[in-house]
Design a protein around this ligand. Structure first.
Ligand code: ADP
Ligand code: MG
Length: 306
């Protein structure tokens, strides 16, 4: 029997109430605790993140802030301790081993920082890209590999093995490997970390091309301020939580306007930038005042001294 209109409305309402709704990537209060020799390290402590389909997002943050942990969770390699992680409607915490294999093979593609980790050294570029298609039982492998090499600007490397290519060329071929099975999402953990700035630019351009031409969602962890400046949205991570966002848009005269945002979580917590707090000597508590269109934040009044 078909659901009635009111049932459908109730369902829509329930779905809307879920954090992030049907966004492509949803992390809600994500926690990852590592235990080594009795010591607990909280790598992610309640991270919230929503990314839409087709977005190109950079993730920045100090070393140890949890960026790689987040990417490992999103790639299906690692299972979080608690919270929600959903990609393309799939629940990364509760999926079966079989679904996980399918997820890692066909839904998501991954590029590591270490060029040597992305490609098999004894296979040519074309063979490296054909390999994941072979494992997934795909056909037309050679055509697809050559199309990807062309798209990524490394068609001339088709017959070369990794030791016969530059670091930048290897990373562009690695993007081809990640794209081989037409994933919906690609994740890159500091893909330009071992490269000079000119080569980095080519690798980044290849990621942008994949995003634009294939519509694939791209998430890049980077230290490179240049990369962070060229994406629509940069998400800052601090102490295992998303703390800030920079959104770039084009102004009326074609100029790029960058707006800084603090991330507000579901219960209303937000993190003030350290330099703002320092500039006004804010610590421990602040005074808030609700105005008609904004909230004022002041340093707490000095306690009257005896
Ligand atoms: P980033 O990529 O931002 O540098 P990571 O996600 O690698 O940060 O690490 C976040 C925190 O988790 C760090 O304190 C790190 O030492 C810790 N950590 C990461 N991986 C492990 C692991 N396998 N075992 C124990 N601690 C880990
Ligand atoms: Mg890292």
């Amino acid at each position: 029997m078909n659901p009635t209109l009111s049932e459908l409305e109730a369902k829509a309402k329930r779905e809307k109430a879920v954090f992030g709704g049907d966004a492509h990537i949803v992390c809600d209060n994500l926690v990852r605790i590592y235990k080594t020799e009795g010591v607990e390290v909280v790598a992610l402590q309640g991270l919230d993140l929503v990314i839409d389909k087709g977005e190109l997002v950079a993730i920045v943050g100090a070393s140890g802030s949890g960026k790689s942990t987040l990417l490992n969770v999103l790639s299906g390699l690692d299972v979080p301790t608690a919270g929600v992680a959903r990609v393309a409607g799939m629940d990364l915490l509760s999926m079966t081993a079989r679904d996980r294999l399918h997820y890692r093979r066909s839904v998501v593609g991954f590029i590591w920082q270490q060029t040597a980790r992305n490609l098999l050294p004894y296979l040519t570029s074309r063979e490296n890209i054909e390999l994941p298609m072979k494992l997934a039982g795909k056909r037309r492998r050679r055509e697809r590999a050559d199309e990807l090499l062309e798209l990524l600007g490394v068609a001339d490397c088709a017959g070369r093995r990794p030791p016969e290519m530059s670091g930048g060329q290897q990373q562009r071929v690695a993007i081809g490997v990640a794209l081989a099975n037409s994933p919906q999402l690609i994740l890159a953990d500091e893909p330009t970390g071992e490269l000079d700035s000119e080569t980095s630019e080519q690798v980044f351009e290849a990621l942008r091309t994949a995003n634009r031409e294939l519509g694939v969602t791209v998430v890049i962890v980077t230290h490179d301020p240049m990369v962070a400046e060229q994406v629509d949205r940069t998400v800052g991570i601090r102490d295992g939580r998303t703390s800030s966002e920079t959104v770039r848009r084009e102004g009326a005269e074609g100029q790029i306007i960058a707006e800084e945002y603090a991330v507000l979580d579901r219960v209303g917590r937000l993190q003030l930038p350290r330099d703002f707090m320092n500039a006004l000597d804010m610590e421990r508590r602040v005074r808030l005042e609700l105005e008609s269109d904004h909230i004022g934040v002041w340093p707490a009044r000095e306690e009257p001294s005896e």
